[in-house]
Each structure stands twice: as structure tokens, then as C-alpha cells.
Design a protein around this ligand. Structure first.
Ligand code: AGP
Length: 610
């Protein structure tokens, strides 16, 4: 989704801005732009549709300099993908603005400002920010006052950076609903929507809080809260490791991230899982005391993270004897829901910035949950900062838009949460030991599973000309089938649907023919015989199946069924293990189809608008 980079320095900041934008490319975008203010007071702007490379080429063709600059990657919401709609937006070549989020009352502001003589040249909501600030400047305010007054008129979400040609010594930034981080340099300072953008220039960061407005100069940062009072915000040292240029020899980030899963799951377990049990308080300070009283879990998330929540529901109810509901965040936040006594709200998110999930957490705070826990991959993100408890998945930066290692580490975290809650709710010793042993074996089982790559590559050939596909699973493999279908559609653009296989005869069987590949996940568990009957239902209707199965499940390849044997594993970790072949299948189908695997069309990594 949209990305922001800003810099104020003595040196020319063009390359810092471009490198920052490149590092935000993974978030997904459709146009990019930069505005620079030089020492003679010239404000210049270059914008391009398409990739940051187009912008970089343009900037190298007609070199522009500036020691103050703002840059942006836009993911269109209001107005099509055109140069005129790309950021930065100007007001009369004086005020320049970049913005993430949506100004919901922009039509009203636009009408008011047009009536006052401010001319609009784009279809965006953002342009009204530029003109509103300009209007306040025209009333005699300085840039800081102008922004403080302007933001009080905005409804919706914004992370915005504003510069004024007549005040070249400072940039003003404002945050409400869309994250912004300030990076501290020596004699220079930076701004971004994601610390990843600034890692080449600093490791010292300050996150703005809701309602903050900050003045950033080369040598100082002053933060004002919503009421206009100067406030202190913590500065953190980031230890995040990420070199955006580093695919470690893999063709795509997604493939690298798939292959990292054994090691990141190992990281996730390290220091948290002892020989016979989990360590104390791995979900945050005081967590064990909180969890001891929990009788119900409400999980809220989006997309892949929602699928990990759905899997967790099976585990929490089967092993930990705790009731659990799972809901898509965009639904949860807009309906009246029932809060069970002693309920824990769990949000799950790779990015920690997903707008709907964050809004759901904020809503839940007023609903009477005993506590909130987030399972998240990004330290310092809004969900981590605003939740009572946090479990960091330690997967390392995930760059591919399609979530892979974030998902399997979320599931690893959920198995540990199952142990933690099960302890207080009568989990059997047998189940406890099975989960602990399963977790110990998980990294090596994942490694073993990656050896299926060649077979899956061959299989992918058979999918490339298909337009539709069906994924089937039962029990805790049903959400894994859903995740497999999501992966395939998001990176290969093949329509994919997932069903609990018992549902087949209630409708989807009508779709079966030899043009509709059916992918089945079949570990050797208590539902195997039921699943086999469902497989026969497909076979009887001429369906072509691809079955990922445990050897002991005794499926045989024949002309209607291709069987790929997955290493045998403990039942508790099977959903994590069976995820890998489905990720690999999507990846290799996408390769054959030649799609943009790491940045699939229309999608964004961090969905910061609702
Ligand atoms: C996964 O492959 C997707 N790109 C997407 O569904 C993602 O999981 C969803 O947008 C939620 O993101 P989050 O985990 O950062 O909250």
C-alpha cells in the first residue's frame, strides 16, 4: 500500500528518497513521485506511473537536487492510476504533500476550497490536504500552525508529510490512523511510513502516536500531541535485519521466504520451548497470570492471518478446552458482538498495521475483554504497541506480498498459546506431550518437506493453463486448504476456492470436470477415511486430483489422481507441514504464468486503509 519517505539534510537527499522508495516497493503500489526543495528555494516535482525504476530513470535523466525532499509510492484509492493523481500533491507550487490513508470528508473540503479559489488538478483526496494547509498559511499561520489547524478539519486516516517552499528549514508530519516513523541521523533527519525505508541511513527511530504532529528539522524533532502540548516519544534502536537487495540467491523474495521457514520457526521456538514445556511469560510480561483466567478466545485478523486464526480454533478447542471464535476484522469491527466472560482478544498480523485489525483491537478495548494479545511479526508496530500482550513471531522481514513464513510462525505461536491455555483448562498430559514433541520436530520436518520441490515443480506445469481450481481439506486442514487457495489466486491469478470436503455434495460437486483441478490435503488423521470418501465423490465425476498425503494414508497415483507424499509428522503440526507444498505449488504455477510473484497486481503488503 502507499509508502512515504522524507528527508531533511545538508546533502542532496535524492538517492536517500529513491532507495527508501525501493525498499517500500514490496508494499505494493502503482505510481511514484518525489518533490525536492533546493537551497535556492526551488520546489521541483517528478512523478511517474509504474515502478520506482521509471521515476529513478526520470530523475537520472534530468537530475534534480534538494536537501529537503518528500517521496511517495501510491496505491490508488481515489482517482485512477495517472501521473496527475500520483503524489506529491502541490498547492500553487508552494506547499507539497505526501499522504497515506484516506481523507473521508475530502469532497466537502474540496468544494469549500474550490469556492475559495484553490484549483484542483487531481481526483485525489490528498490534494485537499495541500490546499487546506495553504489556505491556513494564507490566513497568516506558520507551517506548524497551518498543519495543526488543517488536520483538525480532516476526517479519516492520514500519515502525511508537508513542506512549504517558504519555510525550507523544516518539514511537518502528522499521524492519525496511518503509521509514521521518524528516523534520527547526525545533522539530518528522516521520515517514513515503515522503518524498512530508512535502514540504510539510520537505526534510531521514533514512532508517532495517534494525533501527533511533529516538526522535523535537520537537527531537531519536536512532537506535539493532539492537544498541541509538546510530548516526549521513545526513541528505539532497531535491530531489524534486512537488506532489500538481498534475495540470498533466490529468484524471488517469496521463494527465499518459503525456504527460510525451518530456520525462522526454529528462531520462534528458541528460548520459548523447553524440553517438556514452554517457558514462563512468553506472551509478554505478566501473561501467565492473565492466561490463567481465560476461558474464551476471540481471534480477529485478515487474509492469511485469519487462516492461522481459523487453524488455531481447532487446536484451542480440541486440546486446550477453551472455546474460540474467529472473525474477519472488517466484519468484527462493524457489528455488535457478544463478549464471553473471561475472554482474551487475540489479533494476528504479519505487519501489525492492518487497518481493520487495528480498528478491531481499538473497538475491543471498550467491550470488556479481559486482555488483548497480538501475534505479530513487526516489533514496534501499532498492534504491538496497543495490545496488552504481544508474541513476536520472529520471522524476520517478509517482503513478498504473499505471506508464507509469517503464517507458519503464527501457527507455531498458536500451538504454544494452546499449551499455555491448556495448562489451566485440563489439557491431557498426552496432548501436552504430543504438542511439545511435535514442536521440537517442526524445524526438521519443514526442512524435509522442502525436498518435495522438484515434484511440485513438475506438477505446476499441469496448472498453468487452468482457470479454476478447488482446494479440499477437513478439520484443521480446512483452513490450510483455504490458505492454499488464497496463495494460488493471489500470485498466479487462477481462481481458487477452498471447501471443507464434507461440503462438496452441497453444491461444489457441480463444478467438477477435467478442467477443474482439485487439490486435496490428506494427512493420516482420524478424518482420513471420511476424506477418502470425498475423494471418491470427485473421482466418480471425472475430476482430476492432486493429493498431498501422508505415505501411511495409502493413496495411489493413477490417471485421475496424482499423489505427492508428504513426510509423516505429528498430528498437531500437520497443518504447518502441509502448508509448505501448497506455497511451493502456487509459487511454481506463478513462475510458469510469468506473473509478478513478489508484487502481484492490485495487492499491497501492508493494508493500512480499510
Ligand atoms: C497474504 O498472502 C496476504 N497478502 C494478505 O491476505 C495478508 O495476510 C492480510 O492482508 C493481512 O495482513 P497482516 O497479516 O499484515 O495483518
Amino acid at each position: 500500500m502507499c509508502g512515504i519517505v522524507g528527508a531533511i539534510a545538508e546533502r542532496n537527499v535524492v538517492e536517500i528518497l529513491l532507495e527508501g522508495l525501493k525498499r517500500l516497493e514490496y508494499r505494493g503500489y502503482d505510481s511514484a513521485g518525489v518533490a525536492l526543495l533546493d537551497s535556492d528555494g526551488n520546489l521541483t516535482r517528478i512523478r511517474r506511473t509504474g515502478k520506482v525504476k521509471e521515476l529513478a530513470d526520470a530523475l537520472h535523466k534530468e537530475p534534480v537536487k534538494g536537501s529537503v525532499g518528500i517521496a511517495h509510492t501510491r496505491w490508488a484509492t481515489h482517482g485512477g492510476v495517472t501521473e496527475a493523481n500520483a503524489h506529491p500533491h502541490f498547492s500553487s507550487e508552494r506547499v507539497a504533500v505526501v499522504h497515506n490513508g484516506i481523507i473521508e470528508n475530502y469532497q466537502h473540503l474540496r468544494a469549500e476550497l474550490s469556492a475559495k479559489g484553490y484549483g484542483f488538478s487531481s481526483d485525489t483526496d490528498t490534494e485537499s490536504i495541500a490546499h487546506q494547509v495553504h489556505y491556513e498559511l494564507d490566513q497568516g499561520a506558520d507551517l506548524l500552525q497551518a498543519v495543526q489547524t488543517a488536520v483538525s478539519k480532516f476526517e479519516g486516516a492520514y500519515g502525511t508529510v508537508i513542506i512549504d517552499k517558504l519555510e525550507p528549514e523544516r518539514m511537518i508530519v502528522a499521524r492519525s490512523g496511518s503509521p509514521l516513523v521518524i528516523g534520527f541521523g547526525i545533522g539530518e533527519n528522516f521520515i517514513a511510513s515503515d522503518q524498512m525505508a530508512l535502514l540504510p541511513v539510520t537505526r534510531r527511530f521514533m514512532y508517532l502516536e495517534e494525533g501527533d504532529v511533529a516538526e522535523v528539522t535537520r537537527t531537531s524533532v519536536i512532537v506535539y500531541d493532539q492537544s498541541g502540548q509538546v510530548v516526549e516519544r521513545d526513541i528505539i534502536e532497531s535491530d531489524i535485519e534486512h537488506d532489500a537487495g538481498d534475495k540470498a540467491g533466490y529468484r524471488h523474495y517469496m521463494l527465499k521466504e518459503i525456504h527460510e521457514q525451518p530456520s525462522v520457526v526454529r528462531n520462534c521456538l528458541q528460548g520459548r520451548l523447553g524440553e517438556h514445556d514452554i517457558s514462563p511469560n512468553i506472551f509478554g510480561q505478566g501473561a501467565d497470570e492473565v492466561l490463567a483466567n481465560i476461558k474464551h478466545v476471540q481471534i480477529v485478523a485478515c487474509g492469511t492471518s485469519y487462516h492461522s486464526g481459523m487453524t488455531a480454533k481447532y487446536w484451542l478447542e480440541q486440546y486446550a478446552n477453551v472455546s474460540c471464535n474467529v472473525e474477519i476484522a472488517s466484519e468484527f469491527r462493524y457489528r455488535k458482538s457478544f463478549v464471553h466472560p473471561n475472554s482474551l482478544l487475540v489479533t494476528i498480523s504479519q505487519s501489525g498495521e492492518t487497518a481493520d485489525t487495528l480498528a478491531a483491537l481499538r473497538l475491543a478495548k471498550s467491550l470488556g475483554y479481559s486482555s488483548s494479545l497480538t501475534i505479530c511479526n513487526v516489533p514496534g508496530s501499532s498492534l504491538v504497541r496497543e495490545s496488552d500482550l504481544a508474541f513476536m513471531t520472529l520471522a524476520g522481514a517478509e517482503i513478498g506480498v504473499a505471506s508464507t513464513k509469517a503464517f507458519t510462525t503464527q501457527l507455531t505461536g498458536f500451538l504454544m498459546l494452546t499449551l499455555a491455555l491448556g495448562k489451566h483448562n485440563g489439557m491431557s498430559d498426552v496432548d501436552h506431550k504430543a504438542i511439545v514433541d511435535g514442536l521440537h520436530s517442526l524445524p526438521s520436518k519443514l526442512e524435509e518437506t522442502l525436498s518435495l520441490t522438484q515434484g511440485i515443480k513438475d506438477l505446476a506445469e499441469e496448472f498453468a493453463d487452468k482457470h479454476h481450481s478447488l482446494f479440499l481439506g477437513r478439520g484443521d486442514q480446512y483452513p490450510i486448504a483455504m490458505e492454499g487457495a488464497l496463495k494460488l489466486k493471489e500470485i498466479s491469478y487462477i481462481h481458487a476456492e477452498a471447501y471443507a470436503s464434507g461440503e462438496l455434495k452441497h453444491g461444489p460437486l457441480a463444478l467438477i470436470d477435467d478442467e477443474m483441478p482439485v487439490i486435496v490435503v490428506a494427512p493420516n488423521n482420524e478424518l482420513l477415511e471420511k476424506l477418502k470418501s470425498n475423494v471418491e465423490e470427485v473421482r466418480a465425476r471425472g475430476g482430476i486430483m492432486y493429493v498431498f498425503a501422508d505415505k501411511e494414508a495409502h493413496f495411489q497415483s493413477d490417471k485421475t489422481m496424482r499423489v505427492i507424499n508428504v513426510p509423516h509428522c505429528a498430528a498437531a503440526i500437520a497443518p504447518i507441514i502441509y502448508t509448505l507444498p501448497l506455497q511451493l505449488l502456487s509459487y511454481y504455477v506463478a513462475i510458469i504464468k510469468g506473473t509478478d510473484v513478489d508484487q502481484p497486481r492490485n495487492l499491497a503488503k501492508s493494508v493500512t486503509v480499510e
